[in-house]
Design a protein around this ligand. Sequence first.
Ligand code: ADP
Length: 399
Amino acid sequence: MAKLKRRSTAHHLAELAARLDGSPEGHDDNAMRVMNRLETAVERLAGQSAAAGRERERLCVAANHISEGVVICDELGEVVFRNTLAEAYAGARHGDALVERTMAELLAAALEGSTGSEHLDLWGPPRRALVLSALPLQDRHRTVGAVAVVEDVSERLRLEAMRRDFVANISHELKTPVGAIGLLAETLAAEDDADVTRRLAGRMQVEAERLGRIIEDLLDLSRIEAEEGPVREPVPLHLAVGQAVDRLQGLADLRRIHLEVVVDQEVSVLGDSRQLVSAVHNLLENAVKYSDSGSTVRVEVGDRKDGVAVAVVDHGIGIPERDLGRIFERFYRVDRARARDTGGTGLGLAIVRHVAHNHGGQVSVTSKEGEGSTFTLLLPRGPTGSRTFLPANPLPAAT
Ligand code: ADP
């Protein structure tokens, strides 16, 4: 009896070994050989299981690094995986609960075989636009689960809207002087009086110059925007300021405005001298344009505890408080009629903001209507003693 049982145990083990190592033979009554085969098969399976564990870990880490929320469920609809981003929706309230609900509906539909997507606008704060999509996971002809992906498209939509606005604004800005030139040319063609002809030609010239300025500023802006990582060379700020002041002296003289430069300390920044000259030039040009004849515009260069700064101080017309938050937007002008008189393009401060951004700095403004404005360009401090490394002519002429 005992012998029969022993044989049947040995027989079972032999069969188990055959199933584990995949050999066709199920009968092997040599206990030692069966044990060896079992040992090898168990080791192999343990290795495979560890490899599968590592594989899963790798996939989890990878899924946690992607910028979309990912949820995977099995064929019964049970969630078997959720990456970190998607975890925020589980058990959430308000808007995120709506995301979770929509995701569950899309997953259920995907298990039925249909691929779908939904757009959700969450009012926040912060306001977000999400696109949710789900599709069935199929293994040959069998649905083994479904995957849902949540993509935050807020930034993409914001950029698209900005681009659309920008194109609309450019078209509008260009249309005005082009329309004026067309009209003037038409009048000119029908005019015999020499005086009137001269006056009309003069106005055409003004409009053409305005058109030229807009195009120049647009090119400047697009070049500066494209240079996300600008040239990194030591730029002594007082030299950049000096160059901007030189370029503006003519306009200042014309408007009888005194330009004063105060250098508290000769400081340097690491950056693109051309961009920095252009930024200071734009600030100075505004200060001169929006100041009354006979007043003084002061530029201060110095070291501050949070970086190095160029401050442009004027005693001009100032900016209403309600506009302060918007003047750095492209084409924004406080008073269109006034800006037209001064030949403004509405792009100068957008250029300054971009230059500051490209250099890891910022531009700020304080202003009081009727009293004047102070624009401050604050930049990260450059290497100390950088002047010793300067090339012979560190500031190529900015165009
Ligand atoms: P613009 O070419 O029209 O000057 P900017 O982008 O340089 O365009 O400036 C935007 C608006 O901000 C200007 O239209 C003007 O209304 C206002 N502004 C800028 N600088 C000053 C200043 N120093 N004093 C008063 N208003 C200013």
